[in-house]
Design a protein around this ligand. Structure first.
Ligand SMILES: [Zn+2]
Length: 186
């Protein structure tokens, strides 16, 4: 139940599922959890996942990426989804969440402190807000736009091909590719 989105019912189902697994399987599962925790960390620049040995992720370290664009997402898994589409060749910034006044989550609760210094780099010309098309995602995008625009940087939002309420993670590749291509000024 400590995991996000898991209520008592699901937690009970999972607990019984684990009880039904073989000893070796449970061992591997537990070992994988530990390995993930030990061997992965967040990129110092963008907040994406990276190997524990590297301070900077593969994308930030890649000189061939377009340094004029930063695409802002909620979670590392959104980076993975967008990378599969191959439509986008710029950099990323991972917020690790959304703001939600209802739940008392403010700008201080998302990874934004490291975004602002990146914007003072002269090469950045556009920030693409790719938070989910949910109420919280939209609100986060609006707040960020208000914060970033005074810096004189173009701020765009993914196009409306994405269904309202949809998570970036689950969008099909054609929809995502179109959404990036037809992004709109906000
Ligand atoms: Zn990075």
């Amino acid at each position: 139940m400590k995991l996000p989105g898991i209520g008592q019912k699901n937690a009970t189902r999972m607990a019984f599922f684990v009880l039904g697994m073989g000893d070796q399987e449970v061992n591997d599962f537990a070992a994988n959890l530990l390995t993930a925790k030990r061997e992965l960390r967040y990129c110092k620049i963008c907040g994406n996942l990276t190997d524990h040995e590297d301070e900077i992720c593969e994308i930030c370290a890649d000189d061939t990426r377009d340094k004029t664009q930063i695409l802002v997402v909620e979670e590392p898994k959104d980076v993975t989804a967008l990378e599969k589409v191959r439509e986008y060749h710029g950099l990323y910034h991972v917020l690790h969440g959304t703001i939600s006044p209802m739940e008392g989550r403010t700008l201080d609760d998302v990874n934004i402190k490291s975004l602002m210094p990146r914007l003072s780099d002269e090469s950045v010309q556009e920030v693409i807000l790719a938070t989910n098309a949910t109420q919280e995602g939209e609100m986060t995008a609006m707040y960020l736009a208000r914060l970033i625009k005074p810096a004189g940087i173009r701020v765009t939002r993914l196009a409306r091909g994405l269904a309202v309420g949809a998570d970036i993670e689950y969008a099909d590749e054609v929809t995502l590719s179109k959404a990036v291509e037809n992004r709109q000024e906000i």
